[in-house]
Design a protein around this ligand. Structure first.
Ligand code: BDP
Length: 724
């Protein structure tokens, strides 16, 4: 009897708990920033009068996608969709299209010449005696971008009265790069497996592909590279090209072209040739025919991305040819079809004893002007490799005759993977606004890549994606912001990362200012926090060997010197840092003279880059008046304190958003704090073993011994696979 009552009791308790706990608005992050949740009643009232009718020019696939998005968005935000109509017969219509597809728009005679192929106007007008908002472009895709902009205004609760918005992208190629393998693994991926289900393609086109395209179109991304830069040649075989074509079909209405990473030795591997020498006529013919074959099934194929003679990949140098020879043979193959080649500059060689930071410049600068006009060179933001902080890459501004595109890493390979909250907007902005000084003050990196500095029209930005099969796409809710900010900056590299964070938070979580303000502040500070707890004062590449997880400043186990942390920090009993001045590796000389002069001078170098350019004695007096050793410990400790503060901020956010996302962020911040502490303690323990100095007063000693930190091993770190 007792047992029966107990069981009954537990059952009642369980049901009661389930009923109470069932979250009313559980959210798993799948909707990204396109949540379209019902706005507050006063906002609905405010916008209702601007969304009575929806008039769309035509029924092309892109206009249909535009109509569906607006209906979905307005239905969600306002609780009802506007009436679909062909003609205006009431106030508050939304009219979308191009002058050629919509007679209504044609009648307005708006000047669209400056909009180009992808720009749009959003304007409040009067048509036939009725008020309306028109979203006008020269192309359907431009109008789609405009529709997303309009929705964003509502999502972020901005005014839609008296609109006169005029937007067109500053960069032509706005590309996401997927480091995905055909077996489903993702190199440096921390959000699950590849979203491309190659096995089931081309017959099964997962709905997720469409949502992926919507998300990209909403921020203006117009290209996607489907496979990893170190992928094999299989992607170019007929079977796989059919699969690629199926994805291209899904993306086309959203203005997204597909690109492929190709393996330079493909003519040998799948073509049966004996060589891949770019000057061999048979090789040239092979690439031409391969391009023809691709364009037969994907007429708007974007082109090729290439990692050649880099980290063991095959390339033209295997045959004594240059990067230009290699790029040009591919460029010639795709040129008749309007394709382009993105030829990466991320090259360095273990056989070259010179400073790794100098090698890309040394190889590519002499080739300036030797590339075909449909070649663009991606340059990583800094000369090493996507570190938490690096100075801008010296190639920016150094190749005036060659289009360069920015390559950012969106996936956080060196920044704590999925669980550390690091908003990359400030990192991107710092590099884009860095002044190369090549044509005097104001020659900022953004102007190099938007083509305005040297008059290039082929321009672009590419981002190494953080997307995977995780339900929330990116491994954490806050990582979505990094995809978002990348797209927004690729559209306009002079936007402010804070403004972008603000709109993202509003769309992703809530418009409640009590949430928005502290969370945006937290995001904006998060990048400096990770710099502090991982690699302060210009240090780089202290991460664990190969997998790049956790601290390993002591590590010298890698096969290549230039993959070892000790190569980068060069700490010894006297001091720490890499001497790249004129008396050291002279990497500074790769910058324009005023910048070179600044970085060459210990006193003038910004302290955030100090140890990147100088080997500095431990007792060197910093600007604060404290010693370098003191400041190093202080920065490491500050990083941990910042994460504690982030947790505190988040604790106060409880209740403002759904519990599911709130809890996951809270848990991830706890992981981040634990790992920040580990970073701080391991690095201080190690550097103290080298400097032999006592900790400054007031700073806690590391929790464990250096031996302990050195003993940690991580056999199954995600994202570390295949080619390594
Ligand atoms: C490095 C990664 C490596 C990439 C390489 C690249 O560690 O996995 O293949 O960049 O960009 O950051 O080619």
């Amino acid at each position: 009897m007792n047992a029966f009552i107990r069981t009954l009791g537990s059952l009642v308790f369980l049901i009661a708990t389930l009923l109470c706990a069932a979250p009313t608005h559980a959210e798993d992050g799948y909707d990204l920033w396109m949540r379209y949740h019902l706005l507050a009643p006063e906002q609905v009232k405010r916008y209702d009068s601007h969304a009575s009718q929806l008039i769309i020019g035509s029924t092309t696939p892109t206009q249909t996608a535009t109509r569906d998005e607006l209906q979905r968005g307005l239905n969600g935000l306002l609780g009802h969709a506007p009436l679909l109509s062909n003609d205006i017969n009431r106030n508050g219509a939304i009219i979308v299209g191009t002058p050629s597809s919509s007679p209504l728009i044609a009648r307005l005679k708006l000047d669209t010449t400056s909009l180009g192929n992808e720009g749009y106007l959003i304007r409040s007008v009067a048509v036939d005696g009725h008020t309306a908002t028109v979203i006008v472009a020269n192309t359907d895709v431009g109008a789609l971008y405009g529709a997303f902009h309009f929705l964003r205004l509502l999502q972020t609760e901005q005014s839609v009265d008296h609109l006169d918005i005029h937007e067109s992208p500053r960069l032509k190629l706005r590309v996401l790069e997927h480091w995905d393998y055909l077996n489903g693994q993702v190199e440096r991926g921390y959000a699950g497996a590849s979203i491309w289900d190659w096995w089931k393609l081309p017959d099964w086109r997962a709905p997720r592909y469409t949502d992926y395209a919507r998300a990209n179109a909403s921020i203006g991304i117009n290209g996607t590279v489907l496979n990893d830069v170190t992928d094999g040649a299989t992607i170019l075989t007929p079977t796989y090209l059919q699969k690629v074509a199926a994805l291209a079909d899904v993306f086309r209405p959203y203005g997204i072209r597909v690109y492929l990473s190709i393996r330079f030795s493909a003519p040998i591997e799948i073509g049966g040739l004996k060589t891949a020498d770019p000057l061999d006529p048979q090789v040239q013919r092979w690439w031409r025919e391969k391009a023809d074959e691709i364009y037969r099934i994907i007429p708007d194929f974007g082109g090729f991305l290439v990692k050649a003679n880099s980290e063991g990949q095959p390339g033209p140098e295997d045959y004594g040819r240059t990067h230009a020879d290699g790029a040009n043979v591919l460029a010639d193959a795709v040129a008749p079809h309007g394709g382009i080649v993105m030829w990466r500059t991320f090259v360095y060689s273990q056989n070259n004893p010179d400073d790794r930071a100098k090698q890309a410049y040394e190889e590519f600068k002499p080739l300036d002007g030797r590339f075909r006009s449909n070649v663009i060179l991606p340059v990583k933001n800094g000369p090493i490799d996507f570190q938490p902080r690096e100075p801008f890459h010296p190639l920016f501004g150094a190749m005036p005759k060659t289009p360069l595109m920015m390559e950012f890493e969106i996936t956080k390979e060196y920044l704590g993977f999925a669980t550390h909250l690091v908003y990359l907007g400030p990192l991107y902005e710092e590099v884009l606004s860095a002044d190369t000084m090549v044509h005097g003050k104001g020659s900022i990196v953004a102007k190099v890549i938007d083509g305005s500095l040297e008059g290039h029209t082929l321009t672009g930005m590419t981002g190494d994606s953080n997307i995977g099969t995780d339900r929330n796409w990116t491994g954490s809710d806050f990582n979505q912001a990094n995809w978002y900010v990348f797209g927004r900056l690729a559209w306009n590299p002079t936007l402010s990362s804070r403004a972008i964070a603000d709109e993202w938070v509003r769309m992703t979580f809530t418009n409640n200012n009590a949430f928005v303000k502290p969370v945006v502040d937290m995001m904006m500070g998060s990048r400096e926090a990770v710099v502090d707890y991982m690699t302060p004062l210009g240090l780089v590449h202290l991460m664990g060997p190969g997998h790049h997880y956790g601290p390993a400043p002591w590590d010298a186990s890698e096969s290549r010197a230039d993959w070892r942390p000790v190569y980068y920090h060069r700490a010894d009993h006297e001091g720490i840092g890499f001497d790249r001045t004129s008396t050291g590796s002279d990497a500074v000389a790769q910058y324009a003279p005023p910048v070179a002069e600044q970085f060459n001078d210990l006193k003038q170098t910004p302290e955030q880059f100090l140890l990147f350019f100088h080997h500095v004695p431990w007792d060197y007096r910093m600007r604060s008046g404290q010693t370098l050793w003191y400041e190093l410990v202080a920065h490491y400790s500050q990083g941990v304190d910042d994460v504690k503060q982030m947790r505190e901020t988040w604790r106060h956010m409880d209740g403002y958003i759904d519990d599911q996302r709130y809890q996951q962020v809270a848990s991830f911040l706890a992981i981040q704090q634990k790992e920040a502490q580990w970073w701080r303690d391991a690095c201080i323990a190690y550097f103290q073993s080298i400097s032999g100095l006592p900790l400054p007063p007031g700073y806690a000693p590391p929790e464990k011994s250096l031996k302990y930190y050195e003993s940690l091993t991580f056999p199954f770190v995600p994202g570390y696979s295949s080619w390594q």
